[in-house]
Design a protein around this ligand. Structure first.
Ligand code: NAI
Length: 319
């Protein structure tokens, strides 16, 4: 394994997300130590990363300035937590989404880390105030929530604990930029963070429209994939407003009454149960049968599409 001038990063948990982080940090030239309680998970992760990187190199999609061999030589497995964290600049926790498990791991880390390493959780929805409560090193703690698959979808939400030091946020932001990700700062924690709050707002109205018999499930999905989603891959909803009139102020002048009128017609939070689940499920299963083989093939197709989109975005939006 090679050492790196960029520094060493520990990935704690070598599952789906841990593997992606390992590849991203290696692409940024960091030495990566993969830790897991299951030795077999580390072995599988190292094999899987090698396979993935080969495919990425063949398709010209490998990230970073280093070649595949150089990146692979930066990644190694480690089954001793104390040894893994020695000298690390950043620890990215990627164990299953379970508050008690994560709290136990951060308490364990709290006892062995120095005052400089960043303690970062990949949690999708656990609040930093719960995850990091009572830790001595709370100033160094942050949630860095990636989006699946992180190698192609660069967004990372950074969420501080109320006592997280501003320097921790700044350092993590800089680190994410260095590995080619697109970090956003939440200035304080909120349930669902930003991405899932937006996602749930969309799911909620999608469900109401289908439940109300306004659109079929497949047409509803087309509204996003061939409509809003096309635009949102490049500009967000606020810039869309700015461009869809003569600037933001003009958009609000023109459309705020209409938006408020429509928003008042939104229904209550759906139950996501009963006949509507059956209806949506039938439509989805006709398109993608829900056995593991078909689901995996469709996910692979989705990831290929995202890889191409990521390439296109890097061409049209040079960093
Ligand atoms: P996973 O189940 O694929 O991997 C978890 C890994 O943690 C396994 O290899 C397991 O052996 C290991 N592990 C369990 N207990 C451990 C311990 N005490 N010490 C060290 N390793 C331990 O989980 P996945 O999907 O990678 O998720 C990890 C985190 O990332 C979760 O918090 C999840 O919410 C978050 N996340 C997941 C996304 C997804 O789409 N899967 C997207 C964004 C965030």
């Amino acid at each position: 394994m090679a050492t790196s001038a960029a520094g060493a990063v520990v990935i704690l948990g070598s599952g789906l997300i841990g593997r992606s982080w390992a590849m991203l940090f290696a692409s940024g030239g960091f030495e990566v130590k993969l830790y897991d309680i299951e030795q077999q998970q580390i072995t599988n992760a190292l094999e899987n990363i090698k396979k993935e990187m080969k495919l990425l190199e063949q398709s010209g999609s490998l990230k970073g300035a280093l070649n595949m061999e150089q990146q692979l030589s930066l990644i190694s497995g480690c089954s001793h937590l104390g040894k893994a964290v020695e000298g690390a600049i950043h620890i990215q926790e990627c164990v299953p989404e379970n508050l008690e498990l994560k709290k136990k791991i951060f308490a364990q880390l709290d006892r062995i880390v120095d005052d400089t390493v960043i303690l970062s959780s990949s949690s999708s929805c656990l609040l930093p105030s719960k995850l990091f409560a009572g830790l001595t090193h709370v100033k160094q703690c942050i949630v860095a929530h990636p989006v699946n698959p992180p190698y192609y979808v660069p967004l990372v939400e950074l969420i501080p604990h109320p006592e997280t030091a501003p320097a921790t946020m700044d350092k993590t932001h800089a680190l994410m930029k260095k590995i080619g990700q697109s970090p956003v700062r939440l200035l304080r924690e909120i349930d669902g963070f930003a991405l899932n709050r937006l996602q749930y707002a969309i799911i909620s109205e999608a469900w109401r429209l289908v439940e109300g018999g306004i659109l079929s499930p497949n047409d509803l999905d087309l509204v996003m994939s061939d409509g809003l989603g096309m635009r949102y891959a490049f500009i967000g909803p606020l810039e869309t407003m700015h461009l869809n009139a003569e600037g933001m102020v003009n958009y609000c002048d023109r459309y705020s009454e209409g938006m408020k009128r429509v928003l008042k017609t939104f229904g209550p939070i759906p139950e996501f149960s009963g006949a509507t689940v059956e209806k949506v499920n039938q439509a989805m299963c006709r398109k993608v049968p829900d056995d593991p083989g078909h689901l995996a093939a469709r996910r692979q197709w989705r990831d290929d599409c995202l890889m191409r989109l990521a390439k296109l975005k890097s061409q049209v939006q040079p960093q």
